[in-house]
Design a protein around this ligand. Structure first.
Ligand code: FSX
Ligand code: F3S
Length: 341
């Protein structure tokens, strides 16, 4: 397990003993795991983790004091555990959140123990040392926020305005969660992140950039690997497999608004690229004038788009060449060197 964590974080194998020590130390912070609007697939993925196994994660890695799906306690005893952890470890505990937060009509569309999810989030999350959003729903809204989103579901940051570490995927990889916490235990800080809160060790590169396509490229089925930032293909789920290995194209489940931007999932790839570009370019975007938003120079955006519809990969290359928006490293538009939002 420690070897897998080291590989995920990009650490030398010689770090394995230190990782083992960090993961079993007595100073691990308590973890409160909250569930909001979701399918519980994130916990299901966690429960099926084999490398590391769920018992390793629960008993050796995380010091979980509250988890609505897994805890033995229920009712008032469970609420007591939550309140006790917050009272005794304010500013010290780590909060892991699954699911989006319904915000419409004061949050009435989601309640736990008589309180709205919005109320619980506002009461618990600001008291945590760090909040990790585990899954696309808690990070960006995900499935519950798909149009027309009648419950006003939002990701944690958008709903209550706190900074979060976002480990995305629908479901996300348990290994990335363990690696993130390992980084914290080893270095006393959370891993480096992109502007959207996602750690670069697992969400820094597109799937396509290093995809090994075990059964042949699924580009013809409009694989969303070129616009999806995750490490599914290098670290594999449970060390076993991932979507493309199972011969289904990537649907981009770790990206914000993927239901609305990528569905129907067999749409042409350029469509999802266009959405991705628009998201990163906002609020500079003024696509109606066909100009590069950050530098406000005409770039024949629509001409490129139209001419490359039949050749999605070429279109992607064009977009990257023209805009070259390297958000992670410079936070500037590489073309005009203007700060991006
Ligand atoms: Fe969302 Fe997770 Fe997808 Fe489901 O908790 S990221 S719908 S796998 O369950 O939140
Ligand atoms: Fe890329 Fe998907 Fe093919 S990630 S290599 S387009 S299978």
């Amino acid at each position: 397990m420690c070897g897998a964590v080291a590989a995920t974080l990009g650490l030398e194998a010689s770090m394995v003993p230190q990782i083992a020590k960090a993961l079993t130390s007595d100073t691990r912070p308590p973890v409160v795991w909250l569930h909001f609007a979701e399918c519980t697939g994130c916990s299901e993925a966690f429960l099926r983790a084999e490398n590391p196994g769920v018992e390793d994660i629960l008993f050796d890695v995380l010091n979980v004091t509250y988890h609505e799906t897994l805890q033995v306690a229920c009712g008032e005893k469970a609420e007591h555990n939550l309140n006790e952890t917050i009272a005794n470890h304010e500013g010290e505990f780590i909060c892991i959140v699954e699911g989006a937060i319904p915000t419409a009509d004061n949050g009435v569309y989601g309640t736990v123990g008589g309180r709205t999810m919005l109320e619980i989030a506002q009461a618990v999350i600001p008291k945590a040392k760090h909040t990790i959003c585990f899954g696309t729903c808690s990070a960006f809204g995900g499935l519950p926020a798909a149009a027309p989103n009648p419950t006003g579901a939002k990701g944690v940051k958008d709903a209550i305005g706190v900074d979060t570490i976002n480990i995305t995927g629908c479901p996300p990889s348990p290994l990335n969660l363990v690696a993130c916490i390992t980084n914290y235990l080893l270095y006393n800080q959370m891993p480096a992140r992109r502007l959207d809160g996602r750690p670069t060790f697992c969400h820094g590169e597109t799937i396509h950039s290093t995809c090994t396509v075990p059964h042949g490229c699924l580009e013809g089925y409009n694989c969303k690997g070129p616009t999806t930032y995750n490490n599914c293909h290098t670290q594999l789920y449970n060390g076993e497999s991932w979507c493309v290995q199972a011969e289904h194209q990537c649907i981009g489940c770790s990206e914000a608004n993927f239901w609305d931007n990528n569905a129907p999932f067999y749409n042409p790839m350029w469509d999802s690229m266009f959405h991705t570009f628009r998201r990163y370019a906002e609020p500079h975007a003024d696509m109606t004038t066909a100009q590069c938003a950050p530098c406000h120079k005409a770039n024949n955006m629509f001409e490129v788009e139209e001419s490359q519809v039949e050749n999605p990969r070429k279109f992607q290359q064009q977009i990257h060449l023209i805009h070259k928006i390297e958000l992670d490293s410079t936070k500037k538009c590489a073309k005009c060197h203007t700060d991006l939002p």
